[in-house]
Design a protein around this ligand. Structure first.
Ligand SMILES: Nc1ncnc2c1ncn2[C@@H]1O[C@H](COP(=O)(O)OP(=O)(O)OP(=O)(O)O)[C@@H](O)[C@H]1O
Ligand SMILES: [Mg+2]
Length: 295
């Protein structure tokens, strides 16, 4: 009798185990299906991303030429019609030329934004001190002279594995903004510092003593064509920081700002620091020109 009960118990346990095994099997099939769907979505996303990038590149690249023509011939026409138009007509003409010139600048800006991905170069060791020295003496030399600005690097900065011309562009945009958005009558002073964060990342800070930014605008300014001032007060198209964000993110870092109106701003970005050996291996693994951990 006892033996029979025991046998029943065991049969019950066997059936329960079978049920569990069946459930597990079902769960495995579900998980595999979900994985497949996710992979498919990823492929679709990548494709649409690429299409969007291609579209931005082609649109901006091909719109450039006709836009240049409108702007250049418009200016010629404006010259030759000088004195022949009444005041209203001249004003309308000036609005038209101004619009064309602005559109041309925006198309150029869009192209620069799209080139961050379409013309990316393989990562190399980039010495940030050297990059700043180059920017000081070449790209920002005129702005430094005009504003009477100075750039301090109190402690030596590290080298990062990155696309050299993009790091150049990133620092140039951030330092250039620091020089441009200075307070009236106060010469801009820029300080660039760095520190290690989260083990293998470096955080670079570009601090200025300029007009500052309200907290409500901390995110907005990294969007395309987003500006907080009129073109009459400060020139520019509003693409600089959007390009910076795109550059930093494709190098696997992040970017942000801390600021107070009237007290200056500190723009910061992070980037991974890896050894030269790792850099060589990641470049060898990726013949297309990006670094493996790039986005
Ligand atoms: N260092 C700064 N101090 C104060 N405001 C800033 C600073 N940097 C950026 N901003 C604000 O953020 C906006 C966006 O900056 P961004 O560099 O994208 O554009 P821009 O400098 O106006 O034009 P572009 O960079 O295309 O020449 C600026 O118009 C300005 O209002
Ligand atoms: Mg700018």
């Amino acid at each position: 009798m006892k033996l029979e009960e025991r046998a029943k118990e065991l049969e019950g346990a066997r059936l329960a185990t079978l049920n569990i095994a069946e459930d597990l099997d079902e769960a495995r099939i579900e998980a595999e299906k979900a994985k497949g769907e996710l992979e498919e979505t990823n492929i679709k996303l990548e494709r649409s991303n690429r299409e969007l990038q291609d579209f931005t590149y082609i649109a901006s690249h091909d719109l450039r030429e006709p836009m240049r023509k409108i702007s250049a011939f418009g200016q010629l026409l404006q010259e030759s019609l000088k004195g022949k138009l009444d005041e209203d007509e001249e004003e309308n003409f000036a609005f038209m030329i101004d619009g064309a010139t602005r559109m041309q600048q925006m198309i150029d800006a869009l192209l620069a934004y799209s080139r961050v991905t379409t013309q990316a170069k393989p990562a190399k060791r980039v010495d940030l001190n050297k990059a700043i020295e180059d920017i000081k003496s070449v790209e920002l030399a005129v702005l430094l002279e005009e504003t009477g600005g100075t750039i301090h690097v109190p402690e030596p900065l590290p080298a990062v594995p990155a696309d050299p011309s993009q790091v150049h562009q990133l620092l140039q945009n951030l330092i250039g903004n620091g020089l441009k958005f200075h307070r009236e009558g106060i010469a801009p002073e820029i300080t660039v510092r760095s520190r290690r964060v989260n083990g293998n990342m470096v955080q670079v800070e570009v601090e200025d003593n300029g007009i500052g930014i309200e907290e409500a605008n901390y995110e907005k300014i990294f969007g395309m064509f987003q500006r907080l001032h009129s073109r009459e007060d400060y020139g520019g198209t509003g693409i600089g920081l959007a390009v910076c964000k795109k550059i930093v993110e494709r190098h696997g870092g992040s970017i942000g700002v801390n600021s107070a109106p009237g007290k200056g701003s500190t723009f910061w970005f992070t980037m991974p620091t890896i050894t030269n050996d790792e850099l060589r291996i990641t470049n060898e693994n990726n013949k297309l020109g990006g670094v493996k951990n790039y986005k």
